[in-house]
Design a protein around this ligand. Structure first.
Ligand code: LLP
Length: 422
């Protein structure tokens, strides 16, 4: 459910024709719908209303300050994985008491900043990290709240690059040795054990891997209890998938039901770290066709957005729907002819594509295309490759829009660079 819909032949974002924004902002740009973002957050939150819970939006999915602010106003906390994400969340007005901090490579400086900010807890990923947090907390004369991220060894049946809960992955403590690590953590005077964390992967479209992981972590919590270690926060991570094409993922309600059927008697707060499911289809990438080129083999639509702007198709082979912003064939026009084309960007790599062998209405130079479902891991994974300034981000609310991140300039590209005098 989202608010990018055609009115007649024109694709709108809420009450605004996208072509009008494109005229003013130029292309390419990311475009987000306020109403979609709000709705998704609320639907997710309401799904868990019968359980004590805290939603910590995964900042890595979309880190724009305006969007983080919108979620903070809705009562969201944040899952961060770097000092930079912590900074962003705090800048957006996050309540530090609702921030959880994961990631396998936290530096002492990052740990210090998070402790000083007073975050809810660190999701700790290794024995050495436990010691590092202990040392920083000791140096500050404070106690650090920690959860151990355990790796439940379930297969989320998603792309290998984004599955994280298998024992061959780099994340967390192996569930078979985690009890011993909790015993160690308990001995460290500047640590307070408050929770346990799992996150098994992303774009998961079946409920079974979640159920398996819940079962394993709940039986592990019983083991901890027998040792006298009480868990106040059970952090279940993110991972719920969304339809990019024809997937039919479980709903937030399905996830909540799977959880409450096994965990409602646990005396703890459930932390959830959704990213993609909240922002994924609340954002699109708007791009303009530059050229149409045909070879004996193929048609290519060359557009002004490339893999540096949206890397998911190149990196994971991900599918993103592509729709014309102005549709032909309405108002009794003859049906537009279609072509099968690769939609490619200007980057000097064959891997630079947004779609392969896609049937699309013929699009002439200057026409606008909407690359759908690009609100998660779109802008946040963009880069300056080929010295391309990163694109603008725009937020629509009703019939108004605001540029929430300016397009970078060439001067931005070289900011901070210095040529040595020799
Ligand atoms: N919590 C932790 C600890 C995570 O590592 C992640 C995502 C999330 C929560 C949020 O997961 P979500 O609800 O969005 O599935 N760049 C990839 C996705 C990488 C996900 C990394 N971790 C992509 O574009 O598909």
């Amino acid at each position: 459910m989202h608010y990018f819909l055609y009115r007649g032949s024109e694709l709108y974002c809420e009450d605004l024709p996208i072509s009008r924004i494109a005229e003013e902002v130029k292309t390419p740009f990311y475009l987000y719908s306020h109403q979609t973002l709000t709705r998704h957050f609320r639907v997710f939150d309401e799904a868990f209303e019968d359980l004590p819970h805290l939603i910590c939006f995964a900042v890595k999915a979309n880190a724009n300050l305006a969007i983080l602010k919108l979620f903070a106003r809705e009562g969201s906390g944040f899952d961060v994985v770097s000092g930079g994400e912590l900074y962003r969340a705090l800048r957006a007005g996050a309540d530090p008491q609702k921030i959880v901090y994961a990631g396998v490579g936290k530096t002492p400086e990052e740990i210090r900043d998070a402790l000083q900010a007073g975050i809810l807890m660190f999701n700790v990923e290794s024995p050495q990290e436990l010691k590092a947090i202990e040392e920083v907390a000791a140096s500050l004369g404070t106690q650090a709240r920690v959860a151990l991220r355990v790796n439940p060894d379930v297969d989320p049946q998603t792309h290998p690059y984004i599955s994280t809960g298998l024992k061959k992955n780099k994340f967390g403590f192996d569930i078979r040795s985690a009890l011993q690590e909790y015993r160690v953590a308990r001995q460290l005077p500047h640590l307070e054990i408050v929770g346990i964390h799992i996150h098994i992967g992303s774009q998961i479209v079946e409920i079974a891997p979640f159920r398996d992981a819940f079962d394993r972590v709940i039986s592990f919590i019983a083991d901890l209890k027998r040792e006298g270690i009480a868990i106040r926060y059970l952090d279940l991570g993110g991972g719920l998938g969304i339809p990019y094409k024809d997937e039919e993922p479980p709903t937030p309600k399905d996830l909540a039901q799977a959880l409450s059927s096994v965990a409602s008697s646990l005396d703890c707060t459930f932390v959830l770290e959704p990213g993609r499911v909240i922002v994924g289809n609340a954002g699109i990438l708007v791009t303009r066709v530059l050229y149409h080129k045909s070879t004996p083999e193929k048609h290519f639509l060359i557009v002004d957005a490339g893999m540096n702007d949206l890397i998911r198709p190149s990196l994971y082979g991900s599918y993103h729907g592509i729709q014309p912003v102005i549709r032909k064939g309405d108002k009794g026009d003859s049906q537009p002819s279609s072509i099968i084309a690769d939609v490619v960007g200007p980057i000097c790599e064959s891997g630079d594509f947004l779609a392969k062998d896609r049937r699309l209405p013929e699009a002439a130079p200057g026409e606008l295309l909407a690359v759908m479902t690009a609100g998660a891991y779109g802008f946040t994974m963009s880069s300056n490759y080929n010295a391309r300034p990163r694109v603008a981000e725009v937020l629509v609310k009703g019939s108004e829009y605001r540029v929430i991140r300016q397009r970078e300039t060439y001067a931005d590209l070289v900011r901070g660079e210095k040529i040595p005098e020799w």
